[in-house]
Design a protein around this ligand. Sequence first.
Ligand code: PMP
Length: 443
Amino acid sequence: ITAEYTERTPRSQEAFARACRSLPGGDTRTMTSYKPYPTYFAEGRGGRLTDLDGNEYRDFLANYGALVHGHDHPALTEATTRQLARASAPGGPTPLQYEHAERLIARVPSLERVRYCNSGTEATMWAIRTARAFTGRDLVIKMDGGYHGTHDWAEVSPFITGGTAVPQNLSGLPDAQLPRGIPSVVADCVCAVPINDLDVIERVFEERGEEIACVIVEPMMGVAGGIRARPEYLERLRSLCTRDGALLVFDECVTFRLGTWQARFGPVPDLTTLSKIIGGGLPIGVFGGRRDVMDIFDPQGDAPVYHASAFGANSASLAAGCAALDHFSGEDIDDLERKGNRLRGLLEEEASAIGIAATAVGQGSLTYFHFGTGDPRNAAETTKRREGREPLRALVHLALLNRGFATAKHGLICVSIPTTDTDIDRFARAYGSVLEELRPIVE
Ligand code: PMP
């Protein structure tokens, strides 16, 4: 499989060799680097990508879920280029700011006021700062294996892609194990708990409820493998936070793609973070929620919290984002739901037809493939399911590229608006043939 890959992609190999001379490991996103070298894409059109060698790929990657309109969508390209010709970042507010904000507020139940930054990482960093400033408390509760970007507070117990979750002391006291480079003091005020475990979260609130600034959760954990927070778990988080004066933060950077979890399944959090598709292909981050909470940023208020960002709410991202939101309707979401359900069904059929135990989990346009049966209930279960299978998973990813399908190397499979039913049929058949080819090493 690797030999076939290198044969197909000599220009990517050359590009990688050159990249290694200026970038450590030849890339700048750990997420996008893999062996023997990543595919270098030259362009995207609709649901297709083309690499430097002219190979074409059906795009089931969607920039790791950050795009939903495909590439070069006429309305998004037109809105972006029109705005770029005017001013990308004039250095003061423009109407685009409230026009984009109004579109978000109309869709996301928790949003009464929002502020802008440039990435999902910044959005969750600011949501945590907001919760701490509003409550006057330090302690943050996150989920074991939860991914909220790469700032220090988010990196306690991350699900390091391709690796394992950092084990946590589940008594509610933070474990000191942190990725290299994060100061150990961070572990004093971030505590990771296993998602969907009601006993643990009850205990944490019992012991430390009055110290908790916020609980931050992805309603469906992405990097950890498409783990859904159970409705009763989210409801319990909601009631514990309300009881003890902590804020509930939903990280919907990815799940906005589903029409937001809070709008579809509830409950309504106090704060929400957004990024990815709401920028129409350009960088964006949003944090927002309850008006009384977000008013801490009002410069006319008492001791306002300072928030700045040279390119926050830049006009290019907002123009692209408005176009993206205007071309992302309820019907689009329903259609993505149907396509995603179909894809998950077909993948499981393919696996079972050749006698491989596998599960395709997820919701709507987001699918995560796991070897073995049953849905993983938390990050530790995903880790166990992946144990010893990283080389196999890497080969699945590479073999799919060889067959002309781009997916995320950690197992996320995205359908997007331009993905057709034929694309899905072909993808599922290709996946089946890859599993067949790899069967000798699957067990
Ligand atoms: N939160 C979630 C749920 C994410 O999936 C991501 C990115 N994959 C982020 C936050 C961070 O976003 P960014 O990469 O824009 O910093």
